[in-house]
Design a protein around this ligand. Sequence first.
Ligand SMILES: Nc1ncnc2c1ncn2[C@@H]1O[C@H](COP(=O)(O)OP(=O)(O)O)[C@@H](O)[C@H]1O
Ligand SMILES: [Mg+2]
Length: 365
Amino acid sequence: MSATAPLAIETHALRRVYRAKPNDVVALDGIDLEVAPGEFFGLLGPNGAGKTTLIKILTTLLLPTTGEARIFGFDVVHQTKQIRRIMNMVAGGEQSGYGILEVREQLWMFSQFYGLGSRDGWRRVDELIDAVGLDEQRRQKVSTLSTGQRQKMNFARGLLNDPWIFFLDEPTLGLDVSAARAVRELILSWKAAVPGRTVLLTSHYMAEVDELCERIAIVDHGRVLAIGSPAELKHRVQRESIFRLELDRLDGGTASLARLPGVVAASAAASDEGNGQGDRQSVSVNLVLEDDAALGGVVGALGGLGAQILALRKSEPTLEDVFVELVGRGFDDAPDASRDETPPQGRAANPQPRREDEPAEEELV
Ligand SMILES: Nc1ncnc2c1ncn2[C@@H]1O[C@H](COP(=O)(O)OP(=O)(O)O)[C@@H](O)[C@H]1O
Ligand SMILES: [Mg+2]
């Protein structure tokens, strides 16, 4: 490597527009990012923020509309072969593979796509099966795996070509708590085993990003709103007072609270199932206040709205508070929340993928 070692990820004014009816969608609206080799970098943002679009461009599955992106110095538009050799990707909810194959056969098949020899392939597959803890499922049909086991298998698939940089797009999506923890541990131990390994992880789970990532970019509507370590980002809201309230109801949502003096931001989420009718439903409210003194006004206003306070506590800031402060709403209030629930369909699994949709020369801006 030269004296000026390239960045693991570098993007300049990266923009991506999807042609759609009735209106085109600006999924990425000028992304500038620099990730150093060896970093564990997180992209945190609600559904529809543009995380998957960015990952698809960086993994050469999708062309940018305008702007530039490089992976270890290689251009994502013109040097796809070089990039595909040194990276891999695993997405949450990935359905990659063939249900009728055994786990071992399935991974071996992928090892052949990656160009490992037949014997090397079997050796590597068996190593990885052990590494991800699928020893007992080695001869099991892929279709019979649990969601967590399937994701471990996908993870093993992603390691077959021994990537320098690993893209993980919501890798714990849909997993139960213990399976999600197992996958996070696998990620961390892979990363720690060799210095210089780089991870870009996307998630809309704040706690996950907080736990795993050294640096985070908070993204929304295709833009980077803030970049820093979790501690740096939380420090931004440290000067404010944060309270969590549990209410029996909140008619009219948080808008009425957000207008009160001293309230910087308010977000709410239903605590129980059910919609409106039941009297057992409660509402969790997250309040960012200029200072503690503003709380009195909020409590008074809640009384006026007929809401009863079931619990109230002051708390340390979380990444959600940072997000709320940046955009004035919570993740769960995201307007686009239900727009794109379809998980990626394992395209990344193919080492010779075709890029999606539009040809390179088509500029949509
Ligand atoms: N193939 C597509 N055609 C049109 N719009 C799309 C397409 N894929 C994604 N989008 C839109 O682009 C935006 C960003 O989506 P995405 O990158 O999937 O976000 P995230 O991964 O953060 O949820 C969303 O508004 C989504 O609806
Ligand atoms: Mg996504």
